[in-house]
Design a protein around this ligand. Sequence first.
Ligand SMILES: CC(C)(COP(=O)(O)OP(=O)(O)OC[C@H]1O[C@@H](n2cnc3c(N)ncnc32)[C@H](O)[C@@H]1OP(=O)(O)O)[C@@H](O)C(=O)NCCC(=O)NCCS
Length: 207
Amino acid sequence: VTRLVILGAGGHGRVIADVAERLGAFARIVFLDDRFPVLTQTGPWPVIGRIDSEEWPTSSEDKYIVAVGDATLRLILLEGLKRDGLPLVSVVHPFSSVSSHVKIGGGSVVLAGACINFGAVLGEGVIVNTGATVDHDCVLSDGVHICPGAHIAGEVVIGPRTWIGIGSAIKQCLNIGKDVTTGAGAVVIADVPDAVTVIGIPARIKV
Ligand SMILES: CC(C)(COP(=O)(O)OP(=O)(O)OC[C@H]1O[C@@H](n2cnc3c(N)ncnc32)[C@H](O)[C@@H]1OP(=O)(O)O)[C@@H](O)C(=O)NCCC(=O)NCCS
């Protein structure tokens, strides 16, 4: 019986569980979280152990996803799962629109109302959040988070762990570096270097 094990019992984890439940692909959904045993329940789902424990109370039929918001930690946990040979899943909401010519890496999540068009490539541990759009031929590297309602025009390349803030808009064909944050509502019309925060319209580096 396939069970989904979600690492991280916060709000994002509950959203993933909710989507997984709607997909009907898993007989049970359980969480691991370092607040166990104080935390034994998140929403209607049980928390059955800690992420940092030596032995997880899991079985060979289980499949895994990481629901940790911090992109660096999310990717570290995904690497650990892969190293241990544990199967990752990605979760795609049935009311999203994802071209069949899109590649989605393990441990990635596409939420309700999101739209991902032809030729886009998503790495591992990517989040395309509620109502976000990713247009043709975009490349979203490992750990990228496209927050709710953000829009990425065609052929944009986004580096690892970058966070595109809620309601941002990114012009076509741009290169956005790694570890970038775009502020809520930012309109990005030029390439962005690594590890900066940009805000405003047009987006400028926040000092
Ligand atoms: C950009 C951001 C990361 C900056 O956070 P911060 O470093 O804590 O910044 P502060 O709140 O201290 O604000 C610093 C200055 O930047 C301005 N600022 C902050 N966010 C801004 C934004 N999105 N657009 C324009 N200006 C912004 C503030 O008004 C403030 O200006 P001031 O110094 O003139 O008063 C944050 O405001 C933001 O937009 N986060 C995105 C949140 C999001 O997408 N959530 C989705 C969750 S799924």
